[in-house]
Structures are given as structure tokens and as C-alpha cells.
Design a protein around this ligand. Structure first.
Ligand code: NOJ
Length: 537
């Protein structure tokens, strides 16, 4: 496989609203990110995935864009953005912009014009249809409500939206619309960005009247066209958000010879927990099965992302670890389990500190449109409030969106004033200042994992083999490349466990979650949630 710069680097996702407030208005901003670049350099990452910073009325925190060529007022100016790109480059970090082109805000000038007249040249940039029997054209629900169709009184037609009513879906069948999007992408490429993270990209080939949303017939054709007319001639990273990709579909996106995207960001391991609002426990052997399947299927055939969480998911240590008495241990274990694999790892802001979910008092404290819509729907259906809040505590997106915990100062050092959303009270113990100079911290552990990937071809290119597939106490695997074998062993339980494995005799400890490790001739004794990476003799 041809080597690419994004094969050996680790990415870090910044959710700008909650990262760092440089101007004291309670909202994170672009200058705030620039001021914290040295922290990210220290962590060792080489890529920032920047959640949207474009002009937006913020119905969905920037995923509803009203001007792709301008920056959201609260976040700063285009000059701030150019400065961020340049300052990041000085530190060897490239900025990957969020590309939200399945939909625009209803306040985007295209939609405003389209809505004003059926004869607008932008009318067909969106998806319109006449009522059927006095109601919506089809019974398709949106992701967050009962109907994906919103009635527009002026024109007497419905428009289509897969997310909120303020996020109108673009009509990718319109070639002029596609050209306008490609021009916009080239504008950003010319600014020197490192690539694009493509929001719900699997939806752009949709056939709404046939009930097809994801993986529509034209999806890959559009991506090839986009590649050819925008990033294809540049050495950029492109990553597609694909909830509905199986391994075969992932190869279509990411096989280099197909000239589509660099990699997929797929969620099969996350989906093991079942329904978003009613999650169920998962078994370690199922996690192994899913990871192993992806590792094998994409090896030399495509490229995957590695992640536990993002701005849409609960905190990693709360969802997959033990965020109480073994918070640090299980956070390090989860990191080790993931960062030893093949793919490009994504760390979501605060994950490197072991930040946890939050339980706020009432729905008024929440900001996320998805949680609020779900709450209102279930209240209307007669669900008990405490059950609904429990759903939000477990899975709500605001778990990931509370401010970054920089220090033990008021508001976690995120801002000098009350932030736009509550800070997690545990900031006094869990914060960056307490961890960056502590060799035993979660942060320092992440730092070692990120550095290992930069220096180890075996981690980046080696093949993958599970050890003890059906065992629920350990997640262990080998990676081999050019005669070198690395073994990753994670104790997934809160108890002491002995991992018996002949090959460990004489091995070298590359990374241990507890610094040292108890390795004897044919076994390793691991403490609760302990994880090690060994180079076998
Ligand atoms: C996926 C994004 O990650 C999420 O935050 C957003 O709400 C939807 N797409 C709609 O853009």
C-alpha cells in the first residue's frame, strides 16, 4: 500500500464551542484553539478535525451552515481562521475542516431565494414536492422527528430535511449545485487546509421518493466527481462519516484506486450497544469480533478510522469503561486497545484526560436539539420524565459537549464567565493542568500511544490477529510486520487476571498503562484494567 502522511499520525477532534474561550463571552472560539496549539503539539497529534466554524444560526451548533465562505461571529473572523491554519502548520498540524453538504441552513441565501419563488434558480438546489392527500409526500421520518417533510405555506410545497426543519437537504442531482459546492471546497483547499471530514456523506446519493437515504445509487459517482474536481490533485485527508457502511461499502469509499476518500469513519463497534436511547451492555467477545472483522477486511484494501467517541456520542470512559473507581485505569485500557490497531485514530477533546459524562438537573440545562426533541416527543407520548432523563444521561450528545477541563480554576479554566453549557463539576480533579506533567496520567499515556504510532511501522502497517477470541476478560491481539510482532493485551475487567501466553517470554515492554508490568516466562499478571504493549522476542 502506498504510504500516506495520515497513516502514521493521530487526529484530534476540536468542538470549537467547548474548547477554549479566548475573549470571555462563555463560548469557545478560533483564537482559543490557536492559543492551545502547544498543548496539542505536546500530545503529539498531527491532524485537527475541526467541527464547523462557518456562519450559522446554530440550530444544530454549526451543522446548519448559512454561509460556507464566512466564519460564525462567536468564533471569530476569517483572519483568525487563516492564523489558526498557519500556526498549526508551524507545529506540524494540519486542519481538517468539517464539510456539511448534505444540507444547508434554511437561512443560507440559496434556500432563502429558493423559498421565495418557484422560479428561483436555486429552487432545484433543494428537494420539493407537492402534498399528497393533504399531507406530506411520503411517510419518511427525519432523524429527529416524525416527518422529514416540512410544509412551506408560500409555495404550497413541502421541502425535505433529514435533520431539523432548519437543515434543508440539498439536491445532489442538480449539477449546478454540485459545482457550487466544489467551488466552495476549492476555496478552502486554497487556504491551505489538510482536508475534509464529510458529514453524513452517505446520504448525498439519496432517492427520497423511493425511500432510499443512505448508500443511494449515485453516491460513489458523486464522490468520484468531487475527488476529481476538488481534492484529488492535492495531498489531502478526506474522511466520510458513514453509519451504514459495512466492510464492502467501506472499500468502495477508501480503496485508493477508486479515487474517492482517504478513509471511512464507521460505527459498527459503537452500535453494539443497541438503540441510542435504550443502550444495552455489550460483550467483550462481540467487540473483538467487530474490530477484528474491520481490521482484516480493510488491511491493504482500504483505510479505517479508530475512535471511541466524538461530539455526537457519550464519553468513551463512561460508555465503554468504568468512570467511577477505575476511571483512569479503564480510560488508559480503552486507549491502548484502540491505538494498537491499524487505521487513523481520532481523539475527541477531553478523552485524553479521561473526561466523563455529565448528569445535569433538568432538561432546561441541556442545549442539544436532538436531546430536546427526543425529550419533548417522549413527554408528549406519556413517558416518565426520569426515564427520559436517564436516556439523556447515558447517551445525550451534551455529555461530550461540556467545556474542556483545562485547570482547577473556576469554570475549569475554559472561560472567565459562565459558559454556554455547564462545566462538569469534576473539573477540580480531572483537568489538563493536573495531567500534563504527571508521567502516570491518562494524558501521558495517550502521548506515549501517539508517539509509538509515529515510530512503528508494525503499528501502522502490520497485519492483525486476535488472541483468545472468545474470552471476555482480555482483549488481546498481535500485529506483525517484516518479522516484528507486537502484542497488545488489555485486561477488560476490574479484577486481577493472569494472561497465559508462551510468546511473552523475553519480550520488551513498549507501553504499560501502569508503567511497569509483571511479565514472567509464560504469562503476564495484570491488575484491574491494566493494559500493555509488548514487542515479542
Ligand atoms: C452528523 C454530525 O456529526 C451531527 O453533529 C449533526 O447533527 C448531523 N450530522 C447533521 O449535520
Amino acid at each position: 500500500m502506498e504510504r500516506k502522511w495520515w497513516h502514521s499520525l493521530t487526529a484530534y477532534q476540536v468542538y470549537p464551542r467547548s474548547f477554549y474561550d479566548s475573549n470571555g463571552d462563555g463560548i469557545g472560539d478560533i483564537k482559543g484553539i490557536t492559543q492551545k496549539l502547544d498543548y496539542l503539539k505536546e500530545l503529539g497529534i498531527g491532524i485537527i478535525w475541526l467541527s464547523p466554524v462557518y456562519k450559522s444560526p446554530n440550530d444544530d451548533n454549526g451543522y446548519d451552515i448559512s454561509d460556507y465562505y464566512d466564519i460564525m461571529d462567536e468564533f471569530g473572523t476569517m483572519a483568525d481562521m487563516e492564523e489558526l491554519i498557519a500556526e498549526a502548520a508551524k507545529r506540524g498540524i494540519r486542519i481538517v475542516m468539517d464539510l456539511v453538504v448534505n444540507h444547508t441552513s434554511d437561512e443560507h441565501k440559496w434556500f432563502v431565494d429558493a423559498r421565495a419563488s418557484k422560479n428561483s434558480r436555486y429552487r432545484d438546489y433543494y428537494i420539493w414536492a407537492d402534498p399528497v392527500n393533504g399531507g406530506p409526500p411520503t411517510d419518511m421520518p427525519s432523524s429527529w422527528s416524525d416527518s422529514a417533510w416540512e410544509y412551506d405555506k408560500e409555495s404550497g410545497q413541502y421541502y425535505f430535511h433529514m435533520f431539523s426543519v432548519k437543515q434543508a437537504d440539498l439536491n445532489w442531482e442538480n449539477p449546478d449545485m454540485r459545482s457550487d459546492i466544489y467551488d466552495m471546497m476549492n476555496f478552502w483547499i486554497d487556504k491551505g487546509i489538510g482536508g475534509f471530514r464529510m458529514d453524513v456523506i452517505e446520504m448525498i446519493g439519496k432517492k427520497p421518493f423511493e425511500g432510499i437515504i443512505n448508500n443511494g445509487p449515485m453516491l460513489h459517482e458523486y464522490l468520484r466527481e468531487m475527488n476529481e474536481r476538488t481534492f484529488g490533485a492535492h495531498d489531502l485527508l478526506t474522511v466520510g462519516e458513514c453509519w451504514n457502511a459495512d466492510t464492502e461499502i467501506a472499500k468502495l469509499y477508501s480503496a485508493p484506486e477508486r479515487h474517492e476518500l482517504s478513509m471511512v469513519f464507521q460505527f459498527e463497534h459503537i452500535c453494539l450497544k443497541g438503540d441510542k436511547w435504550y443502550p444495552k451492555p455489550y460483550r467483550v467477545r462481540d467487540l473483538k469480533r467487530v474490530f477484528s472483522k474491520w481490521q482484516k477486511a480493510l488491511h491493504n484494501k482500504g483505510w479505517n478510522s479508530l475512535f471511541w467517541c466524538n461530539h455526537d456520542l457519550p464519553r468513551a470512559v463512561s460508555a465503554f469503561g468504568n468512570d467511577k473507581e477505575y476511571r483512569e485505569e479503564s480510560a488508559k485500557m480503552l486507549a491502548t486497545l484502540l491505538h494498537g490497531m491499524q487505521g487513523t485514530p481520532y481523539i475527541y477533546q477531553g478523552e485524553e484526560l479521561g473526561m466523563t459524562n455529565i448528569r445535569l438537573g433538568s432538561i432546561e440545562d441541556y442545549r442539544d436539539i436532538e436531546s430536546i426533541n427526543m425529550y419533548n416527543d417522549r413527554i408528549a407520548k406519556g413517558d416518565k420524565e426520569e426515564d427520559i432523563m436517564e436516556s439523556i444521561y447515558q447517551s445525550g450528545r451534551d455529555n461530550a459537549r461540556t467545556p474542556m477541563q483545562w485547570s482547577a480554576e473556576q469554570y475549569g479554566g475554559f472561560s472567565k464567565v459562565q459558559p454556554w453549557i455547564a462545566v462538569n463539576e469534576n473539573y477540580r480533579e480531572i483537568n489538563a493542568a493536573a495531567q500534563t506533567n504527571d508521567e502516570t496520567s491518562v494524558f501521558s499515556h495517550y502521548k506515549r500511544l501517539v508517539a509509538l504510532r509515529r515510530s512503528s511501522d508494525t503499528i501502522v502497517y502490520g497485519d492483525f490477529r486476535l488472541v483468545n477470541e472468545s474470552d471476555d476478560d482480555f482483549f488481546a491481539y498481535e500485529r506483525s510486520y517484516n518479522g516484528e510482532t507486537i502484542l497488545v493485551v488489555c485486561n477488560t475487567t476490574p479484577e486481577n487476571r493472569e494472561f497465559v501466553y508462551r510468546g511473552v517470554a523475553g519480550s520488551e515492554l513498549l507501553i504499560g498503562s501502569r508503567q511497569d508490568a509483571d511479565i514472567s516466562d509464560g504469562s503476564i499478571k495484570l491488575r484491574p484494567y491494566e493494559a500493555v504493549i509488548l514487542k515479542l522476542a
